[in-house]
Design a protein around this ligand. Structure first.
Ligand code: NDX
Length: 255
């Protein structure tokens, strides 16, 4: 396989278009899973959350890993490039092999799982293909301000995301499916602390890679889970009369 810059441009543009489609579909009406799923826990047409999240996210880890294995001779020089590919796989290792096994979420709709998997194949291919076959970085990219600041943002975002996922999980005992008011960590300031972390993470990745595919993915993430944070916030305000009034939806002190 070789690098086709036109393919990268086309796939990144399509990802940007999907982001706008996602935004237009879900700005008013949230994606129908989790607390926005109206019919509770009907087993038909749903898969247990553990299984669903594992299957859905697996391609985001496997596809870049396969592309890496198929690349002969291996090309991930310089160090900056190798590190960037590892960051992407690191996140999806967590999301595929760790997050699903601890989740206490409700069963996930099969239809969304199918589209989610397609999305993960698409994005895993785009990010992996670009980093493994196309990206060119100077040998001193690791000391470039874009790489270092992007890496710091990525790590900060990932830390917030994982910590917030943990706080949400601890709200329930095994087998419980009720919703409670999240407390602690960044939830003190925003209802969508896990989403805020994830958005910071992927913008950090985009800055560190300084690439069109990564910026397209960060934009998609913003359009996908930004509105979802807003819908979560409205849900909490509607459901809990004692919900902290100073808490924002997504961005601490701002929105
Ligand atoms: N999965 C990313 N669009 C999505 C699946 C659906 O990873 O075709 C986007 C992802 C996909 C979507 C994905 C892309 C767009 C798709 C869509 C389906 C249709 C759509 C493909 C791939 C589509 C077009 C046409 C435009 C292409 O019971 P429960 O489950 O609610 O329990 C929850 C629990 N919890 C609480 N427990 C007690 N009390 C409370 N108050 C609670 N609040 C929540 O915590 C869950 O077990 C858990 C987390 O819940 P929630 O709702 O906060 O997060 P969730 O949305 O489930 O995300 C989980 C993590 C989170 O860290 C988030 O940052 C990350 O995954 N994520 C999620 C979505 C997308 C994404 C990251 C990204 O874009 N980077």
């Amino acid at each position: 396989m070789q690098c086709f810059p036109g393919l990268v441009l086309a796939l990144s543009s399509l990802l940007g278009a999907l982001a706008l489609l996602q935004l237009s579909l879900h700005l008013r009406v949230p994606s129908r899973y989790g607390k926005h799923e109206e019919r509770l826990c009907r087993p038909r047409g749903r898969l247990p959350a553990r299984c669903a999240w594992f299957l859905q996210e697996l391609p985001s880890f496997l596809v870049p890993a396969l592309l890496l294995a198929l690349r002969s001779p291996p090309r991930l020089e310089p160090l900056g490039c190798r590190l960037l590919c590892c960051l992407f796989c690191w996140h999806y290792f967590y999301r595929t092999f760790i997050y699903p096994f601890f989740t206490r979420g409700r069963p996930f709709p099969l239809q969304l799982l199918f589209f989610g998997m397609l999305f993960c194949i698409y994005n895993g291919f785009l990010q992996g293909y670009y980093l493994i076959y196309c990206a060119e970085y100077p040998n001193d990219w690791c000391t470039d301000i874009r790489f270092t600041s992007g890496l710091l943002l990525f790590l900060l975002g990932m830390g917030i995301n994982i910590h917030s996922d943990l706080l949400l999980r601890q709200l329930r005992k095994p087998g419980e499916v009720t919703y409670k008011i999240p407390q602690g960590g960044l939830f003190t300031y925003v209802s969508g602390a896990n989403y805020f972390g994830e958005i910071v993470e992927w913008f950090g990745f985009a800055i560190a890679t300084w690439s069109l595919p990564a910026f397209a993915f960060a934009f998609f993430t913003l359009c996908c889970i930004g509105p979802r944070a807003y819908h979560h916030h409205r849900y909490y305000l509607k459901t809990f009369t004692d919900y902290p009034k100073s808490r924002k939806a997504l961005i601490p002190f701002v929105f």
